[in-house]
Design a protein around this ligand. Sequence first.
Ligand SMILES: [Zn+2]
Ligand SMILES: [Zn+2]
Length: 311
Amino acid sequence: MSSFDLTILGCSSATPTSFRNPTAQILNISERFFLIDCGEGTQMAMRRFKVKFSKINHIFISHLHGDHFFGLVGLLSSFHLLGRTNSLEVFGPKGLKEIVEIQFKYSDTRLRYQLNFIELDTTVSQTIFEDNKVEVKTIPLSHRIPCNGYLFMEKPLPKGLKKSKVQFYNIPIANLPGIKRGDDFITEEGKVISNADLTVDPPPPRSYAFCSDTIYLESIVPLIKGVDLLYHEATFMQDMQDRAKETYHSTTIDAANIALRAEAKKLVIGHYSARYRDLDPMLAEAKTVFPETELALDGKAFSVAQQEWRS
Ligand SMILES: [Zn+2]
Ligand SMILES: [Zn+2]
């Protein structure tokens, strides 16, 4: 069974606390490791939670507030010192490349590996990464500065063949790719064998939506409809909704309402204001709207199980 695991490396907003680093997460989809945001201390958190540095080839930065990227230059520098030679792609808003390059310029750091920046539009959802297993799209958010969330989706698998039926009808190899895509089979006698008779359906593709700093924003709902796992920031509790609006952040109830409208299977809240020491009241409040809510905590992992193949 292929992996689909999210590990929280940091769940604090603005300033780190003793137990909470600022935002960073690792998503493992079929052994592709995506680093999402890179707040201060991320590389130490990666060590603590046993993330292999060499496995990371793609980094996604939501926006240029420090609690989401102040760990990036340190991590890029460590990759260099550890002897990395594989190229690395960094996705983020305009300005990130300039910020990183100026630090390397004045420290006279010449990286051993190729570092590619992909600067993103934050006004429209776009596919920014795709391989044979995964597709990543941006989720434009509304924050004080340009900000994207990211939607990670498995590619649909082809149908599986029922081997016994393939043998029984003596189906030529040349026909098999078409049958996996949904074709029926016609025998030499002209009899139609329906596709459903010959195949099993693959498990539905799994998905994860990372919704970083944002004011309550219903326009994201169609983009993330039916998502298996939704992370949505919840910086404040509901009694601070005025403060949330002023600072372009969300409350526990905002996050839960987005999960409810999007028909997410599970909600993970995070990006807690440092004022909250005990997070249980935040969890309880979100659950009044969306019972399938869990707290992000540093080191906590969330897995989305793959469903069965179905005849
Ligand atoms: Zn933030
Ligand atoms: Zn922010």
